[in-house]
Design a binder for this molecule. Structure first.
Ligand code: NAP
Length: 507
């Protein structure tokens, strides 16, 4: 066997031979290996193995040839004898490995396929069975160079079973590919190779995935930088549901790389906070041996995490929500960087002491904004569509509350929108306040960052107000998190540029 090394394997799922050949050449830019999925091809004669030369001659990287059976996720029905002949021929025509499903591994397969270049695979598209070790023990009885187990993660804790298998195989020096599909299994795709997986699969582009949750080769190499990861790498991430839309992985991973820090930031799709803390976080009970340094907390877990922490800083206590957890030895400390993140960009352009400010909305981020403004000595009033509901927040902080319609009569110089009105895919193009309300104001601040220019900000700009978008808060709160986890000065401009790139990717 070649020595263990991180391998990104690009899965070729093109519909034609010509496109597959072109995709293989492109894959060489980011991947270390290629899996050629013959069953995706629509112009290939499966009864004519000579056609393989057109795909394998001039291959730019080592190639695994796979022709999946339909009952194991294959894309079309192919005669079983023809499938086997193709796999056997592929090894003669230059493929480095071929892959056959354990469920189809019979005497004929054993006779025709060279076990020293064979991958035998098990797939479960509905769950991660709790008898996975038994499945593994049975699988490795079939002679092969590499064994492969792919299961569906219905919960992030299913990833633990996959990591256990990888540890088990590594201890026996047995090459194994083990992956949990779906968003809940993402960490197995990213951390797998650093924990012994023979390879991790990546798609050649978005929309070309061969399995749910598959990242692109570019993401594996440039976003998660997986070649650099080891068991010593400090792990941080974001817990929430959903988490796949988050800009934080791009921001933090860029910052870690720029500062040369051995950290990686991962998305953790968490259903149940208590279970996550018990099985992944508490040093005394966690079931994974990793260097967890902390995590961001997002919707819907910002208050749910509180009972599981040992300590909370003053700001998090006052706001009653935690968006950052730091693991300090065996203690878990909760912070709230949203208040700092929301106010720092505003304080950078104006003196808030005594400044009359109107906060629109009374939800989670309004709490952080109100707290931050009061801390800076601003004079704050709250405007909400449902003032009775908003009264609890106003009473808690001792500020006035009124109906949204009253905003026009307010003397506020600074107006801050904390509602989702105007967000992309959420009444985009609308504003939480009427255009006329902008007369004689100084600053407009919208916490929304997508789109960057909301109707709220456009109306304010028309009246010559200074404007700030939510991208500033996003970068500033991340900067504080970076500092809490790493102890290093944060690269604020880089974090901001990464956030901008996420919101408006380069064409
Ligand atoms: P939240 O807790 O759900 O609060 C939303 C608030 O907006 C509630 O008070 C809600 O009123 C009000 N609201 C909703 N729809 C409204 C409408 N059509 N008209 C008037 N008021 C309306 O949400 P959140 O966590 O505070 O987040 C709010 C926004 O802030 C989101 O758009 C998010 O993108 C943005 N945000 C940005 C950052 C950043 O880093 N830039 C960070 C956090 C949040 P009711 O109580 O009556 O429903």
């Amino acid at each position: 066997m070649p020595e263990r090394q991180t391998r990104i394997c690009a899965v070729i799922t093109e519909p034609t031979v010509a496109e597959a050949r072109a995709a293989m050449q492109r894959a060489a830019e980011t991947a270390d290996m290629i899996e050629l999925r013959l069953d995706y091809l629509r112009d290939f004669d499966f009864n004519e193995p000579d056609g393989l030369s057109a795909l394998l001659d001039g291959k730019p990287l080592p190639v695994i040839v796979t022709c999946r059976a339909v009952d194991e996720g294959g894309q079309q029905k192919i005669n079983e004898a023809a499938r086997l002949r193709l796999l056997a021929t592929s090894l003669q025509r230059g493929a480095d490995y071929c892959d056959i499903e354990a469920a189809h591994y019979n005497e004929a397969a054993a006779a025709q396929l060279d076990a020293s270049r064979l991958i035998v695979s098990y797939h479960n598209f509905s769950e991660t069975p709790d008898y996975l070790t038994t499945i593994y023990e049975r699988l490795i009885r079939l002679p092969a160079a590499v064994h492969k187990i792919t299961v569906r993660a219905n919960d992030i804790s299913d990833s633990l079973e996959v990591f256990r298998l990888l540890d088990h195989a590594a201890a026996a020096r047995r090459p194994l590919i083990a992956i949990a599909m779906q968003e809940a299994g993402l960490l197995t795709r990213i951390l797998g190779p650093s924990r012994g997986s023979f390879l991790t699969f990546g798609s050649t582009a978005r929309g070309h995935e061969s399995a749910p949750g598959q990242l692109t080769c570019d993401e594996l190499r440039y976003l998660y930088d997986i070649q650099r990861l080891s068991r010593d790498t400090r792990i941080v991430g974001i817990i929430g549901k959903p988490v796949s839309h988050s800009a934080s992985p791009l921001m933090h991973n860029r910052a870690f790389r720029e500062r040369g820090l051995d950290f990686v930031y991962l998305p953790f799709e968490v259903n149940e906070v208590g279970e996550f803390f018990r099985r992944f976080v508490y040093p005394a009970t966690r079931e994974i041996d990793w260097q967890l340094r902390g995590f961001s907390v997002t919707i819907p877990h910002k208050t749910a995490v509180i009972p599981f922490l040992d300590e909370m800083d003053e700001t998090a206590q006052q706001i009653g929500a935690v968006n950052t957890v730091v693991v300090e030895g065996d203690r878990l400390i909760g912070y709230n960087t949203d208040a700092h993140g929301a106010i720092a960009p505003l304080a950078a352009i104006t003196d808030l002491q005594g400044a009359p400010c109107a906060v629109i909305g009374a939800g989670g981020s309004a709490r952080a904004v109100v707290y931050g403004l009061l801390e800076r000595g601003a004079r704050v009033s709250l405007f909400a569509r449902n003032p009775a509901k908003a009264a609890a927040l106003a009473d808690e902080f001792g500020i006035a509350v009124d109906h949204l319609d009253a905003i026009a009569e307010s003397d506020a110089e600074i107006i801050i929108n904390t509602t989702p009105v105007g967000m992309m895919n959420h009444n985009e193009g609308e504003s939480s306040i009427p255009r006329a309300a902008w007369r004689n104001r100084r600053i407009a601040y919208d916490l929304i960052y997508n789109p960057l220019e909301t109707r709220f900000l456009a109306d304010a700009r028309e009246q010559s107000c200074l404007t700030l978008s939510g991208i500033e808060m996003l970068a500033a709160q991340a900067a504080r998190q970076f500092e809490l986890w790493t102890g290093h000065k944060p690269p604020v401009e880089l974090l901001r540029a990464a956030a901008l790139e996420k919101v408006s990717p380069p064409k």
